[in-house]
Design a binder for this molecule. Structure first.
Ligand code: DGT
Ligand code: CA
Ligand code: CA
Ligand code: ZN
Length: 595
């Protein structure tokens, strides 16, 4: 089916380019019609390429289109497409991608004002010459300006924590609609990726029209980008917030809604959850079983023209994801690992870590450094969560901005924590530190003091743009230090703000295994550090990992879910997660270097 996708795209592009170049409507429409026909096709065109009659029998494909399909399937390209590409300046495609600018307007812009790229578009918007075009009013110009601004920011992907907050709000409202059977979010968000391009929502309903109407009128919707019967797209502004990492004003994100009949919900959820790469593998597997998989279900493969669902063919499975996976001889694969990273080789569901497995928080700050909670408040919150252990790890003395503890203050805090631990039943309070790893790899307190602590988290906070070799040496020194238990937020990245260190992760992981140091998955959605691919490498090496909220305020405990999603994406199992261990196992492990 890869040929179908490529062909549909090329026909679509040819239609656009023909229109841009001022060719007649008949020719433009023929290409657009062929693109739509190919898109709707469930049969692999590569299998029909030697049968021109079968191709022209497809509604929407004439002899000329059939010739181009055959040409593509035999040579890998279409000469007409190549020739058109040479006639259209490359920058024009960026202009076309701006919401509200169709081929007609872009052609006028190009012809009358010489706009060939985004810079040109900006120029005619700024000097007002765009207003000389026919049917171009102030309102339209304003919309184009807004769309251009958005497009320039659209390179930025939204952090998971923000996207999830928006999506859950929208799903809650949609599922309350009387016409909606069910509502869910899909896409990269359901897979738990650390950043989200756009939010994909799905509603099961037999009466889509009112659902789409209600969706487009939801609070927060700033623009409607597309309004159809099966798909709507809008732009939503998110509420602000985000605590220490709050940005200027809420972010804007595109949200797509698709409606599907209830009996296709599982198939649609699976399709729109992706990833694309996972879907491709699934379809290949289906084909081997003489089955075809699309967003309506898993169908028997036959040679009839048109899609099976449009011909009323009964699906083998369609209602739930579990049924579809089962029909493909697969266990239900969790969305978090649908990335074509080996998940289709599973014969049983993987034993991924779950939120409820986490029984300890091992990285938390109080108001002694830069947190907002008192020691007692922090402990009460941890106890409320059902945790058996809470580690107090305030910043060390070099973190002046974070009010890091002097040696004297840390000694006093250790005494206070020991005393509080004695008189607090039901939870173990550990005296610890988040000790700075200085740029040369040395730690911010001396060993005598570190040895007094129940737990040491060592983290990089400064010199986060040092080169990879220096970063590797620096972090290796901390991992190899006998008094260090956990390497905190190893790279120091902040999503969308700074890339952080780029150490040789394989070397760090190997050293962590050898020296029995745990690597942290910092659960704050702006960090998610380690990231999913690092976690996977660590899990493969059987390295211990920690999932910590790095608590600074009461609601930081809620970030745990993001850390767990990242851990799941890295295939982490509970046995390798020190926060999921029993109190005995954890405390024994922590005490190993203290006597
Ligand atoms: P994002 O939005 O960039 O964070 O990533 P996704 O994975 O949410 O991608 P998106 O929003 O473009 O599409 C959502 C899902 O829909 C995607 O994971 C798989 C499915 N999908 C979308 N377009 C295609 C396509 O052309 N072919 C296939 N096989 N699947 C697609
Ligand atoms: Ca998406
Ligand atoms: Ca999407
Ligand atoms: Zn830190």
């Amino acid at each position: 089916m890869d040929a179908n996708r490529a062909l549909a795209e090329q026909f679509k592009q040819m239609a656009i380019m023909l229109e841009l170049l001022g060719h007649d409507r008949f020719r433009v429409n023929a290409h657009a019609r062929a693109a739509r026909a190919i898109e709707a096709l469930a049969t692999d065109l590569a299998t029909l390429a030697d049968d021109k009659n079968a191709l022209t029998a497809i509604d929407g494909i004439g002899t000329k289109s059939a010739d181009k399909i055959i040409e593509f399937c035999t040579t890998g390209q279409i000469a007409e497409y190549q020739s058109l590409r040479h006639q259209v300046p490359a920058g024009i495609f960026d202009v076309l991608a701006i919401q509200g600018l169709g081929p007609k307007t872009v052609r006028l812009l190009w012809e009358k004002t010489g706009v060939k790229d985004l810079a040109g578009l900006k120029r005619v918007l700024d000097d007002g010459s765009i207003l000389e075009l026919p049917r171009m009013g102030a309102k339209t110009v304003q919309n184009i300006k807004a769309a251009l601004k958005f497009a320039q920011r659209a390179g930025e992907r939204l952090p998971l924590g923000r996207a999830l907050q928006i999506a859950e709000g929208l799903v809650a409202i949609l599922s309350e609609l009387p016409e909606a059977d069910r509502a869910a979010y899909a896409g990269s968000l359901r897979r738990g990726r650390d950043t989200i391009g756009d939010i994909d929502l799905l509603v099961a309903t037999n009466t889509p029209a009112p659902v789409h109407e209600a969706f487009r009128a939801l609070p927060g919707v700033e623009h409607v980008l597309a309004a159809g019967d099966t798909k709507s797209s809008v732009r939503v502004r998110a509420p602000g917030g985000g605590g220490r990492f709050a940005g200027k004003g809420g972010p804007i994100v595109q949200v797509d809604l698709r409606t599907v009949p209830p009996q296709s919900f599982g198939a649609a959820l699976m399709y729109f959850t992706g990833s694309k790469e996972h879907n491709v593998r699934l379809r290949q597997r289906a084909l081997k079983k003489q089955l075809t998989l699309n967003e309506y279900g898993l169908f028997p493969l036959d040679d009839e023209p048109g899609s099976p669902q449009s011909r009323g063919v009964q699906p083998v499975a369609s209602e739930t994801e579990e049924q579809i996976y089962a029909a493909l001889d697969l266990p239900l694969i969790p969305p978090q690992i649908r990335e074509d990273r080996g998940e289709l080789d599973l014969t049983a569901p993987p034993n991924l870590i779950e939120l409820t497995d986490i029984k300890a928080e091992l990285h938390a700050h109080t108001n002694a450094s830069d947190g907002s909670l008192t020691l007692e408040q922090l402990v009460a919150l941890a106890k409320n969560r059902g945790f058996h252990t809470i580690a107090v790890t305030d910043h060390s003395k070099s973190s002046v901005q974070a009010n890091g503890l002097s040696v004297q203050r840390l000694r006093e805090q250790i005494a206070a924590i020991k005393e509080l631990n004695e008189r607090t039943p039901g939870i173990t309070i550990l005296a610890g530190s988040e000790v700075d790893i200085l740029s040369d790899g040395s730690l911010d307190y001396d060993d005598e003091l570190l040895a007094q602590l129940d737990i040491v988290v060592a983290s990089p906070h400064v010199a986060l743009s040092q080169d990879a070799a220096a970063a590797t040496r620096r972090l290796l020194a901390a991992i190899e230090h006998p008094l260090v238990h956990i390497l905190g937020h190893p790279t120091g990245r902040l999503i969308g703000r700074r890339p952080g260190l780029a150490p040789a992760m394989d070397e760090l992981i190997a050293a962590a295994v050898q020296h029995d140091t745990a690597l942290e998955i910092n659960a704050h959605w702006i960090r998610l550090d380690l990231r999913d691919t690092h976690v996977r490498a660590a899990v493969n090496a059987r390295c211990n990992l920690a999932i910590n909220c790095d608590v600074h305020a009461d609601d930081d405990f809620d970030n745990l879910r993001f850390g767990v999603l990242t851990a799941q994406r890295g295939w982490l199992t509970p046995d390798l997660c020190i926060n999921a261990w029993t109190p005995h196992r954890l405390h024994t492990w922590l005490a190993r270097s203290r006597h």
